[in-house]
Design a protein around this ligand. Sequence first.
Ligand code: ADP
Ligand code: MG
Length: 369
Amino acid sequence: MKKKAVGSRHSAFRFILSAILYALSAILLFSGCQKQDRLFKKERNLMHTFVTITVVSNSEKEAEKAIDAGFDEIKRLEGLLNYFSPESELSAINRAAGKSPVKVSPSTLDAIRKALYISGITGGAFDPAIGPVIKLWKFSEPDTEHVIPSKDVIANALKVIDYKKIKINEAASEIYLEAEGMELDLGGIAKGYAADKAIDVIKAKGIKAALVAIAGDIRGYGLKPDGEAWRVGVQNPRPKYDKEPPSLKKGGEGESPDEILTSLYLADKAISTSGDYERFFTKEGKRYHHIIDPRTGYPSDSKLISVSVIAPHGYVSDGISTGIFVLGAQKGIALLEFMGLDGIMVDSDMKVYLTRGLKGKVEIPAGFR
Ligand code: ADP
Ligand code: MG
């Protein structure tokens, strides 16, 4: 009896043990089958440009959900901040210039607050009140016969270009443009800002690494499945073989070596490039590009043809790169080094300027100085 009892206890024990072993091996087997982290990538046209989102995930479904959430966020911000859409909150602010404050959503308030921060640190070289002058140059209308606006027309538009006349009422969530005729244009910061926000929603979906590229405004976080940081290319501002309009280029992979100025690792950071090749027209051999000096109303003549800035956030890299295009190389390098940021600039003599932090770390191809 006693023996039998022991025996049955023994077999119960064996049963439990084998059940545990079975469960363990099932777990091991399952984790063996569990998919490895992979890269998932999708592309879309948003904000009048080419957007790609890449995420690291072990599940296609999760990756897809996160990528779509990122695109949705960019679309939402485009809806709020689009200068050209009469339905955007930005247009409502512009219509009420000199008349009344406009109540806006937290995202619009935040984007304008950040734009003003960039204006402050660039001493107004970046000015989101640039709208009335930008409008005159019609850079966004590639098919029009471009005419250089007259001096008088530019001088008149310049009167209302002053970021200090943009008033934010935080408590009421209102924006007021103090002078009639003022117009905000966030084209110099919106893409970097949207890349930041897309990254935020992708992170919130539990994704451990992602890269959001809105044309030349790229924000990354985390590491790729191979443990490396994201590698991004900086476009050569004067490639020899320019087959395709630059706005359609993806930046990074698959380009001929000549199309890349240099490439660098981007971990939890953003990089933005402003170039005179993005949007421009040529008249009598002179290039008129879309980055305007707010002091003159004419395309900036700082000699810079390309400015890339690396910063913790996309709104900083985007806004500052546009501002530095106006400030020029010396002031630009000084500003970046003062702020502890990095950057690469190229001038019209193909001279390359690097911040201290990048010297000796990036390769510059032949043909540049
Ligand atoms: P891209 O839009 O080609 O990526 P940028 O980020 O440099 O390049 O932004 C250029 C856009 O910024 C212009 O199309 C215009 O809408 C706006 N802009 C031009 N000059 C200025 C300026 N001095 N300050 C702020 N925004 C500007
Ligand atoms: Mg910019």
